[in-house]
Design a protein around this ligand. Structure first.
Ligand code: ADP
Ligand code: MG
Length: 551
């Protein structure tokens, strides 16, 4: 049945590789033996070859179902460049174009034909008159409403196995969880498919998390260590992709914004320019990335916290596809947690979404090897600490933070648990801003008890107290801080509190912005002005920015 069983020579001739990646050869052999398979491999793991190589080895045509036209086009272009006859068919083509493809199929001139599930009707004449070698369902998680990219049209694909019971089906996805997997094989009518699950460990990616304060300055510093290296900055909103790109341009970087609000052409131009290294930095919403086959993306930054670990993993996975060391940096801000919670609460399956967000937050707050946490989310167990995340490289140093904790907790008690973290820190540090003075907080006993600890470090200490359960944020009461029973043990029973040294993030107001702000020597007032400006620029309620800097 196979024309050419020398898989390695096909791999070398058509794809230029000497060796298979883990699992590829086993999967390909199964497919060539006519077995149904489900392939779970992380993004960049090398799923495509699992059906492209059999397509070359088998006689007949391989039908590839793929969700996005842009994705198909890239794949087909890539295949044609490698001398493999491939084409796609979809509703945007003219009838003449479609007929040209039918003719090529008839003449055995196409080995791989790509189509979206919505375009199956165009395949009818091929289905009836052509030898079908293999059916590949790419991004197969789209079939499952459990998955994160549900596409109703995928659900009709089950008929393929009924109609072509002897043609092997290979389903491929990067989504690993068991519920989605079971759903895929059931809906595709391939209950006996062999399931191949590749390791999700991408050890060449460094994992780093930093507090989301002064993000632009941190990014500029980061970029100074990544001169001329391609990378993506993921932002939560379209507005902030534009804002971040604009700021980077002003700093002299080669950056551009990308989001679903741009026209189709503009988007594909940007993609091409990025792939050809004409653009170095893409500031994007999560709309960017699916199907971008650029192997030398050297870094990915998350300007905002992702909604869940799946998204985070996919997005950082776009870096270092060539296997070389690449850096990832995630900014962790409680303003994002607040906002994402609000989004999640509005969804139909809010409980699941909130739980997923909680896992994301736990990962960001972690004081143990981050890769262990990330992989355990995907059901994988890493025996040793990875040595390539910020926690492994800089293990937290605990010290006796009881006095610091008592100062914060007693201040919160004196403020009758009615203030958010920003005001609490201002009072502890003896700030003289409007809120403090108007509310008479300068007369309470804990006013100015610890100005020697920087604002930023206070912020990190208080976040640690929240994470350890001494404090809670009342999200529905203007983010005011509440003491828990644990806190009472610290205040009244002198219970010991271990804290870790804060991450070093300097707060320096950028020069240009300070000039615009009201001239004042009071650093806090300056920061306040700055945050108001950012709020205006990013079009979010100032309170988000305040909680960001304050929380
Ligand atoms: P996925 O679909 O799993 O996200 P792709 O199939 O697009 O991944 O492959 C990702 C990258 O890995 C591509 O650049 C591809 O050419 C490369 N690749 C795949 N298999 C191998 C291999 N055996 N050796 C080297 N590179 C490979
Ligand atoms: Mg793929």
């Amino acid at each position: 049945m196979t024309k050419n069983t020398d898989l390695h020579s096909i791999l070398k001739t058509y794809f230029g590789y000497d060796t298979f990646r883990p699992l590829q050869e086993k999967i390909i052999t199964d497919v060539l033996n006519g077995k149904d398979t489900l392939v779970i491999m992380p993004t960049g793991g090398g799923k495509s070859i699992c059906y492209q190589l059999p397509a070359l080895a088998l006689s007949g045509i391989t039908i590839v179902i793929s969700p996005l036209i842009a994705l198909m086009k890239d794949q087909v272009d890539g295949l044609n460049t490698n001398g493999i006859n491939a084409a796609f068919i979809n509703s945007s083509q003219t009838e003449a174009e479609q007929h040209a493809i039918y003719d090529r199929v008839k003449n055995n001139d196409i080995k791989l034909l790509y189509a979206a599930p919505e375009s199956l009707s165009y395949l009818e004449s091929i289905f009836t008159n052509t030898e079908i070698a293999l059916i590949a369902i790419d991004e197969a998680h789209c079939i499952s409403s459990w998955g994160h990219d549900f596409r109703p049209a995928y659900q009709q694909l089950g008929f393929l196995k009924n109609r072509f019971p002897n043609v092997p089906v290979i389903a491929l996805t990067a989504t690993a969880d068991k519920a989605t997997r079971d759903d895929i094989v059931n809906q595709l009518n391939i209950p006996n498919a062999t399931q191949y699950v590749a390791s999700f460990d991408r050890s060449n990616l460094s994992l780093n998390v930093k507090p989301g304060v002064d993000r632009m300055q941190q990014i500029v510093r980061f970029l100074e260590n990544h001169t001329n290296e391609s990378g993506i900055i993921y932002c939560l909103s379209r507005k902030s992709t534009e804002a971040v790109a604009t700021k980077l341009l002003k700093e002299g970087f080669n950056a551009i914004a990308y989001h679903a609000g741009l026209g189709h052409e503009e988007r594909s131009t940007i993609q091409d320019q990025f792939i050809n290294d004409d653009i170095q930095i893409i500031c994007a919403t999560i709309a960017f990335g699916m199907g971008i086959d650029k192997s030398n993306i050297r870094w990915v930054i998350h300007y905002n916290l992702p909604k869940n670990m799946e998204g985070y993993y996919q997005e950082i996975g776009r870096a270092g596809r060539d296997g070389l060391a690449s850096d990832t940096l995630l900014f962790h801000s409680y303003a994002d947690v607040v906002q994402l919670r609000q989004f999640a609460e509005k969804t139909s399956n809010s409980e699941v979404q909130l739980a997923k967000l909680e896992r994301m937050k736990q990962y960001s707050d972690a004081l143990t090897c981050r890769r262990k946490i990330l992989l355990s989310y995907f059901g994988e167990y890493l025996e040793e600490d990875c040595g390539n995340c910020d926690v492994c490289k800089n293990p937290p140093q605990f010290f006796d933070g009881t006095i610091i904790a008592q100062k914060a907790l007693s201040c919160i008690a004196r403020l009758k648990e009615q203030e958010p973290i920003g005001t609490v820190i201002d009072v502890i540090r003896g700030a003289q801003n409007n809120t403090v003075l108007e509310k008479g907080y300068n007369h309470i006993k804990t006013y100015g008890i610890a100005p020697e600890i920087s604002w930023n470090n206070w912020q990190q200490y208080i976040i640690q107290l929240i994470n350890m359960g001494y404090l809670e944020i009342a999200f529905h009461e203007k983010n005011t801080l509440k003491l828990t029973t644990l806190a009472k043990a610290v205040l009244f029973n002198n219970e010991k509190v271990p804290l870790t040294k804060p991450t070093d993030v300097k707060i320096e107001a950028p020069k240009k912005t300070v000039e615009k702000a009201t001239p004042t020597n009071n650093l806090f007032e300056r920061l306040r002005q700055l945050r108001l400006e950012i709020a205006k620029e990013e079009d979010v309620p100032a309170y988000h920015i305040f909680t960001d800097a304050t929380l």
